[in-house]
Design a protein around this ligand. Structure first.
Ligand code: KMH
Ligand code: ZN
Length: 276
């Protein structure tokens, strides 16, 4: 089986220090969390940034500052900025994270609109998807196609792939437990719905995180863990760091006999150019 890429979603835009005091806001905290994940075995850091008071931002300057600081501590990690940002941000704001230098190797591309809890709607119209895909293709950024249900896979294929805006093989991220439920059946359905040759990562939100991680590792997919998706190491036990969660994923992989990919191996699996 292919080596396992572990992605760490260290911060997110929604979780707060009130929920877990270890959620990072400041640049120093973001670097601390990225390093803990990288040291534990994460090859890829999925990055959101915040202002010091915790407010989510897509500010190009804040991304630049955080990426530069992470790069010093995690020299070869794949750093993947979010273009999802937070609910309510404009497309232009969201795209700022792709304007840093050097141009990111990857970024997320969200493939549909969904309910995001309470009154919140995370809006990704067909035009948004096409526009983001075009910009990423022009800039040579590999999209991680974030899909929250099977319909978003169909949307990505219909509105962007058919126009030639998605290079193959594609890489997907199944975010289960927001709009779609997060069972092993859901995971299998998603994995069987992407085009042949695709690679995929999966994550389960909240208490579904570890079941989805274990099933994904057993199925040969790649796994995402971290504060953005889940704050607990186990039932009732808050994680002290993203590194603790990555270490747990490494442990599950070890028990299942699945070797973990280094950043260089992850680049090869994802079809990214080796780091210069
Ligand atoms: N914070 C969510 C509204 C992404 O990173 O691309 C969007 C999100 C997806 O987290
Ligand atoms: Zn995200």
């Amino acid at each position: 089986m292919e080596k396992l890429i572990i992605s760490a979603c260290i911060c997110g835009a929604e979780v707060t220090k009130e929920q877990n005091p270890n959620v990072p806001y400041t640049v120093e905290e973001v670097v601390r969390e990225a390093k803990s994940a990288y040291d534990a075995g994460a090859a890829l850091i999925h990055l959101h940034v915040r202002w010091d008071d915790g407010t989510p931002t897509q500010s190009k300057e804040r991304f630049q500052e955080c990426v530069d600081a992470i790069r010093k501590e995690c020299p070869d990690a794949i750093i993947q900025p979010s273009t999802g940002g937070a609910v309510g941000m404009t497309d232009l704001e969201r795209l700022e994270s792709t304007d840093i230098t050097p141009t990111p190797e990857m970024a997320t591309l969200d493939c549909g609109t969904c309910n995001f809890g309470g009154d919140d709607i995370f809006v990704n119209t067909d035009d948004t998807i096409v526009n983001f895909a075009k910009i990423m293709q022009e800039k040579g950024i590999k999209p991680e196609l974030e899909v929250f249900d099977k319909g978003m896979i169909d949307t990505a294929l219909k509105v962007a792939d058919r126009k030639g805006l998605l290079n193959h093989p594609m890489h997907w991220d199944f975010v289960l437990g927001v709009q779609m439920t997060a069972t092993v059946r859901d995971l299998v359905y998603m994995a069987e719905s992407v085009p042949a040759g695709s690679t995929w990562t999966a994550t389960g939100i909240g208490k579904t995180a570890w079941d989805i991680a274990a099933a994904t590792i057993a199925m040969g997919g790649h796994v995402r863990v971290g504060f953005e998706d889940n704050l607990y190491l186990s039932k009732g036990v808050l994680a002290k760091s993203n590194g603790e969660m990555v270490a747990k994923a490494v442990e599950i992989a070890k028990l299942l006999g699945r070797p973990v990919a280094t950043p260089a191996e992850a680049r090869e699996i994802l079809g990214l150019a080796p780091l210069k």
